[in-house]
Design a protein around this ligand. Structure first.
Ligand SMILES: *[C@@H]1O[C@H](CO)[C@@H](O)[C@H](O)[C@H]1NC(C)=O
Ligand SMILES: *[C@@H]1O[C@H](CO)[C@@H](O)[C@H](O)[C@H]1NC(C)=O
Ligand SMILES: *[C@@H]1O[C@H](CO)[C@@H](O)[C@H](O)[C@H]1NC(C)=O
Ligand SMILES: *[C@@H]1O[C@H](CO)[C@@H](O)[C@H](O)[C@H]1NC(C)=O
Ligand SMILES: *[C@@H]1O[C@H](CO)[C@@H](O)[C@H](O)[C@H]1NC(C)=O
Ligand SMILES: *[C@@H]1O[C@H](CO)[C@@H](O)[C@H](O)[C@H]1NC(C)=O
Length: 404
């Protein structure tokens, strides 16, 4: 085979086999809230998406600012091709940040590639699933086998340029550019290239970027079960069981918590020695300014909702609190660019053993020694700092060296 033929062949597989993922080295056992950008492979109920990612339906609705109080909200059907954000816990495992709570029970006709590419919409890779589950022969998946699905996420200290941020793992789609993605998420090309340690702002379909979203931080005590809670601007979150709803924005980045609309059998949400409930506030104009007393949420401790009454003097009295706009739960996908991947039916109808072709498969089972990865040190890393990460070689560089 001549070198030119080899190059051509190589180029033809390039977009599929060299997907890059931003990897954040870590140590210790801390975790942070993170988001997964997920595209539905088929129509799924909110509760089914929640089950897929081991989260709860209300968290999914809240994270996407979907109307929580719509009748039967948790069982509404979301359309195939819809892009949503799924909240997850970003842990530290084997020295890198990842979400490790997701489990998937295999069904007939599943392959590692179809699970990675279709069911988890490219967030997982066949090779990572194979490694995480010590699968030696990916061609023989047992139906009903429970697989750990490692999913990419980053914490970067929950800050971006020294401001609170939550990171979303975003799978680049066909035809997308860093410019377009930056515009969609109100950030800059420089910020995205910086966060993801990219040499130049070029992406390929299937690459996974960490996208920083401005967020409202919380200051709950260490022993609160929702310590570290972080809510992206323009969205909501549900915490304290399903008792408390917190929102962020749009006017400022101060976390604002109230009783959740579906709160039942919850501990008291009234501030001690006061008539105020969580989220309530009194404002009294005085000669020195506006005397504001508010009842705030202080975290979920031992099954108890902690409330704190705080008083402050502000220059002006605030108006009625503005909530981020809530949108109706989508029933259709607007843009028609979505192409249905050949997906296994959620209801078993396929014959066992039928292999589903996966269009963007990174050659499952080939045992790529270096799944394309860039090691990022995050947005605010001191210049010239050395990473303690295992040095991951990008496959394209490896190949480039091999053929030059
Ligand atoms: C949410 O749904 C409820 C019940 O259908 C409705 O009353 C309310 O207006 C909706 N809220 C928004 C913001 O659409
Ligand atoms: C991490 O974030 C905290 C505030 O949330 C900040 O004080 C601290 O400097 C940050 N650390 C680094 C290494 O950026
Ligand atoms: C938060 O979102 C609102 C609109 O949803 C926007 O006007 C505002 O600038 C955002 N704030 C930050 C800090 O990005
Ligand atoms: C206090 O908070 C409760 C619960 O959110 C709300 O129903 C009520 O209207 C608020 N009262 C005042 C005076 O803001
Ligand atoms: C502000 O209001 C609170 C309760 O209404 C009161 O206890 C406090 O003395 C007031 N502070 C000032 C500076 O007016
Ligand atoms: C939670 O409750 C347990 C037993 O009731 C108690 O030992 C522990 O100190 C409590 N923790 C906090 C943070 O209050």
């Amino acid at each position: 085979m001549s070198i030119s033929t080899f190059l051509l062949l190589l180029l033809s597989v390039l977009p599929f086999s060299l997907c890059k993922t931003t990897i954040e080295p870590c140590s210790g056992s801390d975790s942070c809230p993170a988001l997964l950008g997920y595209t539905l492979y088929t129509d799924l109920k909110v509760s089914e998406v929640a089950a897929l990612f081991r989260t709860d339906p209300y968290s999914i609705l809240a994270t996407n600012a979907f109307n929580l109080t719509a009748p039967d909200a948790a069982h509404r059907i979301l359309p195939a091709g819809l892009f949503i954000q799924v909240p997850t816990v970003c842990a530290c495992s084997d020295g890198i940040r990842k979400s490790v709570t997701t489990r998937y029970t295999t069904r007939p006709a599943d392959t590692l590639a179809s699970i990675a590419t279709n069911i988890f919409s490219g967030l997982a890779s066949a090779d990572q699933i194979r490694q995480a589950n010590a699968i030696t022969d990916p061609s023989t998946l047992d139906v009903g086998q429970i697989l750990v699905i490692p999913l990419p996420c980053t914490c970067f200290n929950s800050t971006d340029n020294f401001l609170p941020a939550v990171y979303m793992s975003y799978v680049v789609k066909d035809g997308e550019s860093v410019q377009g993605i930056a515009a969609t998420y109100s950030t800059t090309v420089a910020d995205i290239t910086n966060v993801n340690a990219m040499g130049n702002p070029t992406v390929h379909p299937g690459d996974i970027l960490a996208i920083p979203l401005p967020a409202c931080p919380s200051i709950f005590p260490k022993f609160a079960s929702d310590n570290g809670l972080l809510v992206a601007n323009g969205t909501y979150t549900i915490t304290a069981g399903t008792c408390v709803q917190c929102s962020c924005g749009p006017g400022n980045l101060n976390l604002y918590c109230t009783p959740a609309p579906m709160a039942v059998s919850c501990s008291s949400m009234q501030c001690r020695n006061s008539k105020l409930m969580l989220g309530n506030m009194t404002a009294q104009p005085t000669s020195a300014g506006c005397n504001i007393t508010s009842c705030n949420y202080g975290g979920f401790v031992n099954g108890t909702i902690v409330t704190t009454l705080s008083t402050s003097l502000q220059p002006r009295c605030p108006g009625v609190h503005q909530f981020p706009p809530v949108i109706e739960i989508p029933t259709t996908v607007l843009h028609e660019t979505f192409e249905f991947p050949p997906a296994p039916s959620p209801i078993s109808g396929a014959e066992p053993g039928v292999v589903i072709p996966a269009p963007r498969s990174p050659l499952p089972g080939k045992g790529l020694a270096f799944p394309g990865a860039t090691t990022a040190t995050g947005p605010a890393a001191p210049a010239g700092s050395t990473s303690n990460a295992p040095s991951l070689i990008r496959l394209d560089q490896l190949l480039a060296r091999g053929i030059s």
